[in-house]
Design a protein around this ligand. Sequence first.
Ligand SMILES: Cc1cc2nc3c(=O)[nH]c(=O)nc-3n(C[C@H](O)[C@H](O)[C@H](O)COP(=O)(O)OP(=O)(O)OC[C@H]3O[C@@H](n4cnc5c(N)ncnc54)[C@H](O)[C@@H]3O)c2cc1C
Length: 434
Amino acid sequence: MAYTRQPLELSSEKGISSLSFADFEDDFALSLVCSSFFCFDRLSNLAYNPWFIVQMAQKNIVVVGAGVAGLTSAYLLSQTRQYNITVAAKHMPGDYDIEYASPWAGANYMPVSIRDTKAADWDRDTWYALEDLARNHPESGVHFQGASVSNQMTCRLTIFRECEILSRDKDSQSATAEWFAELLSPSPWFKHVVPDFRILPTDKLGPGIQSGTIFTSVCINTAIYLPWLLSQCVKGGVTFKRASLEDLTDALAFGSQGKVELVVNCTGLGASKLGGVRDTAVVPARGQIVLVRNENGGKMVNLSGTDDGDQEACYVMTRAVAGGTVIGGSYQKGDWNPEVDHELAHRIMRRAVKACPDLTGGSGKVEDLDVIRHGVGLRPVRDGGARVERERISSGWVVHNYGHGGAGYQSSYGCAQEVVRLVKEVTSANVSKL
Ligand SMILES: Cc1cc2nc3c(=O)[nH]c(=O)nc-3n(C[C@H](O)[C@H](O)[C@H](O)COP(=O)(O)OP(=O)(O)OC[C@H]3O[C@@H](n4cnc5c(N)ncnc54)[C@H](O)[C@@H]3O)c2cc1C
C-alpha cells in the first residue's frame, strides 16, 4: 500500500541514496540489483557492497503478540525492509481463546474517540487504510457497509431507514452512551473522513429523537482478515514463533538473527499480567456476541442504549464474504468471565430482531435467527487510553502498542504507523545510545 512505502535508507556516501523501494517491486529485483553492485564492487571492501549494507542495516525486532495490533505493527515494519522481524505470541490467527480479543471483534469502523486526541488521529489515519482495503483488496475480508447511528435521549420509537430504535431517557447517562458520546454527536470529528456522512433531517426524526447520522463504513471479517494480515507479514519476511512469555525480556531470546535490538509490546490484555509491564490500568471489558447466518439487508446498525441495563449494547453488522452477521453485545468492564451467558445471549438476539426486522424477514422472532456460534471476547481497555510509546528498560528499548479497548481495528493502522515512527527513532544512532 502506497501510504506505507518508505525510502530505502542506504548509506548516502556510497552514492545509492537515491534508490527507493519503489524502484524494487519485489525481492527478486532487489537482489538482482544488489548482486550486480556486488560484481562491480568485488575488489573493494566488502563494507562498500550494497547487499552487505542491506543485511547490516537490518536490525532484529521481536513483536510480542499476534492480535490485530501486533500483526499490523509487524506488517508495516516489514514494509520498511529495514528490520528482521519475529512475531512471538501465545495465540495466532486461527485460534479462538478468551486471552485473544481480536477474533471476537465485529469488527467495524465506528469511531468513539474524542476529537483532538491522539486516539482520534489514530482512528482518522486508519480509515484511509481500511477504505483502501475495502476498495482495492477485497480478499482481505474488509468490505463497505452503510452505517446508521441513532442518538436516543428519550423513551420513544422511531424509524431510521429500515431500523426501528427504542430509546429511554436513562440511556443518556448510561455507560454505553458515554462510550459512544462522539459517535452519537451530530457533528463528530470524523464527519469529513468517512464518505457520505449526513445528519438525518429533522422531519425524518421520530418524536424524542435527538439526532441520527448515516455514513459509509467498513466491516471486517476477522476470520479472513487476521490470516490475511499474517500472510502479508510472511510475504514481507516476518518469522512467527509460538511463545508464552513470563516476562517481556523473554522476548530477547526470539530474534531470528542475532541480538534483538528492540521489542514491540502488543500483548493486549496480557499487558496487565506480563512481567516487566504489569500495567494495572489495563482491564477487560467483556463483550458477548452472537454470529448468525441471517443478514440485515447490508446495513450496519448501532443503537445508543438498551432497555437491559447500561452494560449492554445493540449493534448489528454483516461480515464480508459470507462471514455471517455479528449481533451484539455487551460492555462489561472488569468482568473476566469467559463463559457464554445464555440469558444475555437471548437478550442480545431479542434486541437485534426488534431493531432490525430484516434479519428475520420481518418475523421479529428470536427462533428465526440461525445461530453459527456464540462468542465472548475481552476488550483490552486501558484507563487513560491506549499506550503507544517508547520505554527504555534495563535490557534495551521497548515500543508499546496495547490497551486499545473496543477500538483495536479502527485504530490499528494509525497506531502501527506510530510504532514504525518510534522504532525508527529508537534504532537511530542518537537515541539507541541513550
Ligand atoms: C465483542 C467485541 C467486539 C469488538 N468490536 C470491535 C469493533 O467493531 N471495532 C474495533 O476496532 N474493535 C473492536 N473490538 C476490540 C478489538 O477486538 C480489540 O481492541 C483488539 O482485538 C485488541 O487487539 P490486540 O492485538 O491488542 O490484542 P489481542 O487480540 O488480545 O492479542 C494479544 C496478543 O498478545 C499475545 N500475548 C499476550 N500475552 C502474552 C504473553 N505473556 N506471551 C506471549 N503472547 C502473549 C496473545 O497471545 C495475542 O497473540 C471488539 C472486541 C470485542 C471483544
